[in-house]
Ligand binder design. Structure first.
Ligand SMILES: NC(=O)c1ccc[n+]([C@@H]2O[C@H](COP(=O)([O-])OP(=O)(O)OC[C@H]3O[C@@H](n4cnc5c(N)ncnc54)[C@H](O)[C@@H]3O)[C@@H](O)[C@H]2O)c1
Ligand SMILES: [Zn+2]
Length: 361
């Protein structure tokens, strides 16, 4: 098992990464000294696969468990579902020392984290992420929240879990498209922070695609370490944390202009990262061969690297980029790479440069 410590003073916690971890959930919650009553928040698909094991482990350790199942998919991240969770927690008399377990992907993690942050002004929560994306990204860093009609993640809180258990066995059931989408974030960590991680992914991609336990554990742990390191330096997103958005300015805009489900987040940011690499070559000193290495790695991971847009769609893409909430004072700022492993945030990029970067050559 790999262990990563997230250092945030009194809010520090560990991320444990390995196989067969859900069966240890109960014991780990005892170690944390959590109250007797708890609720697992999960979705229909993950609940069917893993709730039984999680409940058995918690019950055996002496906890009284209530399971709250929400629909799977992004629509569960809503205030309506939050209210339903509050009601269930109250009717099962969860109190200040009780805790919540988020069992599922990023949707469940964001929802359950927000519920935990706000119910009784905050009760402890434990994350059990079951998608690659949630293991390397959304379960680390303390961002929780839900969507409004006006946009994604518009209501939320920074709230840290007490423990994260990344049970890699759960990835065996994850559809391969979801798994590959998670790899887009994994590759991102190499580009923004760690050239040797990038080289390792280039070398070990076949093992990663086969979900080789040891490679997966080491790579997931390194990604968590990088995210924890970045978040530890900038917990509330005033600066450095922006580097985690490499490829996301264009990626988010692609998600916004395509219909729901056309592109998974990981697919959209794969295209976005290749575009950001091209911009980095034009505007910074990122060598052309590195742009090719980046595009090639996403391609080998089975991810899209380009998009064909009509002039009308292109106009929509630019409009979407301007309403992205990371834009300040109406100016679109990019994270650009100087080399693989080193990026800078807050870079101004002209419309012409962006246009050239998304030419579907
Ligand atoms: N808080 C953050 O910092 C942060 C960062 C990135 C993304 N997010 C959020 O994460 C969400 C996306 O998360 P996601 O990609 O994990 O999607 P998801 O939670 O919707 O899961 C994808 C699908 O896979 C299913 N699934 C999950 N685990 C499974 C397993 N082990 N086996 C089989 N099926 C499984 C789910 O039921 C769902 O249908 C978005 O809402 C996004 O905003 C948050
Ligand atoms: Zn992302």
């Amino acid at each position: 098992m790999q262990k990563v410590k997230v250092d945030l003073d009194v809010r520090s916690y560990s991320i444990e990464i390995g196989g067969k971890l859900i069966p240890t959930l109960g014991k780990r919650c005892v170690d944390l000294g959590l109250g007797r009553r708890c609720a697992i928040i999960t979705d229909r698909i993950v609940g069917r696969l893993y709730a039984k094991t999680a409940v058995a482990s918690l019950t055996k350790a002496g906890f009284e468990v209530h399971v709250i199942t929400v629909d799977n998919g992004e629509q569960a991240k809503s205030l309506k579902v939050v209210a339903k969770c509050y009601d269930e927690l109250a009717s099962h008399r969860l109190e200040r020392r009780s805790f919540i377990v988020a069992l599922g992907g990023g949707v469940v993690g964001d929802l359950a984290g927000f519920v935990a942050a706000t119910y009784l002004r905050g009760i402890p929560f434990v994350q059990v992420p079951t998608t690659l994306l949630s293991q390397v990204d959304s379960s680390v860093g303390g961002k929780t929240g839900v969507n409004l009609k006006a946009g994604k993640n518009l209501v939320g809180a920074f709230y840290q879990p007490r423990l994260v258990l990344c049970d890699l066995d759960t990835l065996r059931n994850l559809p391969s498209r979801e798994y590959r989408a998670g790899l887009a974030e994994v590759i991102k960590y190499g580009i923004i922070y760690d050239a040797s991680l990038f080289a390792r992914i280039e070398r070990d991609l076949p093992k990663l695609l086969k979900k080789d336990p040891r490679t997966l554990a080491e790579v997931v742990a390194r990604c968590c370490e990088i995210k924890a390191d970045v978040v530890g330096q900038d917990e509330t997103e005033s600066g450095l944390r922006a580097i985690l958005n490499f490829g996301h300015t264009i990626g988010h805009a692609i998600e916004a202009i395509s219909g729901y489900g056309t592109y998974l987040h990981g697919e959209a940011i794969s295209i976005g990262q290749v575009a950001a690499a091209k911009i980095s070559a034009e505007q910074f000193e990122l060598p052309e061969p590195d742009v090719a290495r980046i595009a090639d790695l996403f391609k080998r991971a089975g991810l899209p690297t380009k998009i064909n847009l009509s002039p009308a769609q292109r106009a929509k893409l630019f409009a979407a980029m301007k309403v992205d909430k990371k834009v300040s004072a109406g100016e679109v700022k990019f994270v650009l790479a100087r080399k693989i492993g080193a990026v800078e945030f807050g870079q101004k990029v002209t419309t012409e440069t962006i246009n050239r970067s998304i030419e579907a050559k």
